[in-house]
Design a binder for this molecule. Structure first.
Ligand SMILES: NC(=O)c1ccc[n+]([C@@H]2O[C@H](COP(=O)([O-])OP(=O)(O)OC[C@H]3O[C@@H](n4cnc5c(N)ncnc54)[C@H](OP(=O)(O)O)[C@@H]3O)[C@@H](O)[C@H]2O)c1
Length: 305
């Protein structure tokens, strides 16, 4: 793909590509000849990211588009703009995320912020982008999950932490939701013959700004991260490899999930990753999908508008 001219180059959208894993993923896609949209909430950081990617890959076609996953209205506006300027979307990388804000915060529509930003915003984004994805030649959607999904569950009685907010539990729930979402979308694509490859990836433990909020928290797990992250982690560029593998490799199958192959999947080269029993529960997957459609107003249809 590296010799594709930018005129005909397929389009990739990477959410949260202003820093960390998203920036490295955008660099990797640009290096493979994709036109890349850095979809994020901070225009100044967006410009810097585009500059860094152009330096890495001179001549690549890259632009910033404003997308704040904290607001479903912003998601709708982003999709409206994209549908005016593009006819197809080859890769959607749902990467943006936040981790464990110590106090419960709400999105603009009132959802707990991790549930809203990490998961619900991406759920609506993907649903609204289905027409562009299905119009592409061989489209893929990659959801960013985490090792943390393994100890997560979906608390249907308290999805937004209204009764009890635990920052880490909310993070784990959001990352499990992303993995369930990738399978639900995969299943739906197969049922309807959309030809969309829906997969997931996790970066092990990668040194990015993600841990800042969690490490500041006084919870034991935050303190543990202070010790564990420097010892077991890898660079953001290494951490982006499972995502890039899921997005680009030839051996990827519907519903696949990739992570690093090293110690406890914390670092290393991409391989198929382990998922928890909860992540394989189809009843939970179906219920979460129904609830997410209700909460966001999303409709899963190739002509969704
Ligand atoms: N690092 C790890 O070890 C690790 C492990 C497991 C999973 N992950 C997952 O990997 C993904 C990327 O994380 P990272 O480690 O690269 O973290 P990061 O360096 O903090 O980057 C997160 C990105 O998400 C963006 N973002 C945050 N809130 C947003 C919003 N409301 N709307 C749009 N964009 C928003 C950030 O933009 P701003 O710069 O404007 O904040 C930033 O570009 C996350 O989904 C995370 O859960 C990471």
């Amino acid at each position: 793909m590296s010799d594709m001219s930018t005129q005909t180059a397929p389009l990739a959208v990477v959410t949260g590509a202003t820093a960390g894993l998203g920036l490295e993923t955008a660099k990797g896609l640009a290096a493979h000849g994709y036109r890349v949209i850095v979809a994020a909430r901070n225009a100044d950081k967006g410009k810097l990211a585009c500059h860094a990617i152009r330096t890495h890959r001179p001549g690549c076609d890259i632009r910033f588009e404003w997308l704040d996953l904290n607001s479903l209205e912003s998601v709708r506006q982003f999709v409206m703009r994209l549908r005016q300027s593009e006819t197809s979307l080859e890769r959607l990388i749902n990467n943006a995320g936040i981790m464990a804000p110590p106090r419960r915060e709400r999105t603009e529509e009132g959802f707990e912020r991790q549930f809203g930003v990490n998961y619900l915003g991406h759920f609506l984004l993907t649903s609204l982008l289905l027409p562009l994805l299905i119009a592409a030649e061989s489209p893929r959607v990659v959801q960013l999950s985490s090792l943390a999904h393994r100890s997560g569950d979906i608390d249907f009685d308290d999805l937004n932490g209204d009764k009890h907010y635990d920052p880490w539990r909310a993070y784990r729930q959001s990352k499990l939701a992303m993995l369930l979402f990738s399978q639900a979308l995969s299943r739906r694509s197969e049922e309807h013959g959309w030809g969309l490859l829906s997969v997931a990836a996790h970066p092990g433990l990668s040194r990015t700004a993600l841990f800042d909020a969690g490490i500041k928290s006084r919870a034991l797990i935050g303190q543990a991260f202070k010790l564990v992250v420097p010892l077991l982690s890898q660079s953001a560029a290494e951490g982006a490899k499972p995502t890039l593998h899921a997005a680009l490799a030839d051996d990827v199958r519907p519903g696949d999930y990739f992570g690093p192959d090293g110690f406890a999947e914390t670092r290393g080269e991409p391989k198929r990753a382990h998922r928890s029993a909860a992540a394989k529960d189809q009843a939970v997957e179906d219920r979460l999908c129904d609830v997410s459609c209700e909460l966001t107003g999303a409709v899963w249809s190739p002509s969704a508008g």
